[in-house]
Design a protein around this ligand. Structure first.
Ligand SMILES: Cc1cc2nc3c(=O)[nH]c(=O)nc-3n(C[C@H](O)[C@H](O)[C@H](O)COP(=O)(O)OP(=O)(O)OC[C@H]3O[C@@H](n4cnc5c(N)ncnc54)[C@H](O)[C@@H]3O)c2cc1C
Length: 377
């Protein structure tokens, strides 16, 4: 039987850390286990910048944006850490949905305004604009290196147990509880939990596929890719930088693009730019951490053509994983004693504290997740 626990959170990345924080705020006993050490760079939540890009129009995501802005503030107040730099976000390029985004955001009280290419170019001379741009001043950059330790520290201060270097090697899902086999430097240990929250990122499918016991856990297929943005050296020190997203069109000038481009300034490291969700499919335990050369060369071409404020030949490549669902919507659901938070498809970080709240709701039976996140969809 081993030790009996209330809730075990598997995975100490963004989503698991936020779930532990949310549960601890409700006075629930929670144990978070993470296979690697604090601040590891092997999953999806490392580095010091992520865009809080409000560029959504679907009601579920717009509601989560509004809630997220308030929960990020809660985290900052509780921890005394600055987590969000409100630099604003600008989305440009021939994206036909921008008017719908602007309307949905303004209706939700999140600011959004169109600027002409000349106005945008005057404000942000490090970026080239050739058509109207949607400026969202309430967006900005989140800092995972401040946020994750803050979530875990606050959860621990409320009694949560945070165990790094502890891997779940086996999961036995019963009708009313879950048996977990844990491996750490201290050896192998079997514990039982009333429920588990699986926030295992790129390892989710592996962990659930190996799950034995009486309750099968079926989720949509997940594609794990190795993504490779890069930090380009700032060439124009005086330029101001928002976070940015650039959608391609069909004209010849976009033919070498792999996908839309996202980017932002990372203080002390340069201007990050990257393709979205087109990296090679990988096994998270067998990665090269090396950039795919053709994509990298195309990214440099992008920087030469559209980012006059950077030196396209001076850069640091980054390696990170996306775990993507077929429809790019998240999986937030409960199946028996198993709560799942997975498939954040390269756009989850901005919603982290809200995902934590939804996972805590599912773990405590408070309320279901929005329909679009159901595992059985
Ligand atoms: C390059 C890049 C850029 C991005 N940019 C943005 C952005 O600008 N805006 C945005 O909103 N989002 C962005 N994202 C997405 C965002 O970072 C992710 O959605 C988010 O970090 C996912 O967090 P996670 O907790 O699900 O995954 P992870 O951080 O990967 O956490 C999963 C954890 O589970 C642990 N684990 C797995 N299996 C086990 C086991 N058996 N036992 C114990 N521990 C286990 C792993 O070690 C890992 O730490 C970006 C992602 C990448 C890769």
């Amino acid at each position: 039987m081993g030790t009996m626990l209330d809730t075990v959170v598997i995975g100490g990345g963004a989503m698991g850390s936020a779930a532990a924080w949310a549960l601890s705020r409700r006075g629930r006993q929670v144990t978070l286990v993470e296979q690697f050490g604090p601040g590891h760079k092997i999953g999806a939540s490392h580095g010091s910048t992520r865009n809080l890009n409000p560029g959504y129009f679907r009601p579920e995501y717009v509601a989560m944006l509004a809630e997220g802005l308030s929960l990020w503030e809660d985290l900052e107040q509780e921890s005394g850490e600055q987590v969000l730099a409100r630099t604003g976000i600008v989305n440009h390029g021939p994206d036909p949905r921008l008017p719908e985004v602007a309307a949905a955001l303004n209706q939700a009280g999140i600011r959004a305004e169109f600027l002409s290419p000349a106005e945008a170019g005057e404000r942000w001379r490090g970026i080239r604009f050739d058509q109207q741009a949607l400026h969202m001043p309430d967006g900005g950059q989140l800092n995972p290196e401040a946020a994750l330790p803050a979530f875990q520290r606050l959860a621990r201060a409320r009694g949560a147990e945070i165990r790094h270097h502890t891997k779940v090697v086996e999961l036995q899902v019963m009708a009313n509880d879950v048996r977990l086999t844990l491996e750490s430097a201290a050896g192998t240990e079997v514990v039982t939990a009333a429920q588990v929250i699986v926030t295992a990122g790129g390892w989710t499918e592996k962990l659930l596929a190996g799950a034995g016991g009486s309750t099968g856990v079926r989720i949509p297929k997940l594609r794990v890719t190795q993504e490779q943005p890069a930090h380009f050296r700032v060439a124009d020190e005086g330029a101001a930088w928002p976070g940015f997203n650039h959608a391609p069109g069909t004209a010849a000038e976009y033919k070498n693009w792999y996908s839309p481009v996202y980017g932002m300034q990372t203080p002390g490291e340069g201007i990050k730019a990257g393709w979205h969700g087109v990296g090679p499919v990988v096994d998270p335990d067998r990665r090269t951490f090396q950039p795919e050369p053709a994509q990298l060369a195309a990214l440099q071409d992008y920087a030469r053509a559209w980012l006059p404020g950077v030196d396209a030949d001076s850069f640091e490549a980054i390696s990170c994983t996306y775990t993507t669902t077929p429809d790019e919507d998240f999986i937030l659901d409960r199946i028996g004693p198993v709560v799942i938070g997975a498939g954040f498809s390269g756009h989850g970080f901005k919603f982290t504290p809200v995902v934590g709240r939804i996972l805590a709701d599912l773990a405590t039976g408070t309320r279901p997740a929005p329909e679009i996140f159901r595992a059985s969809r």
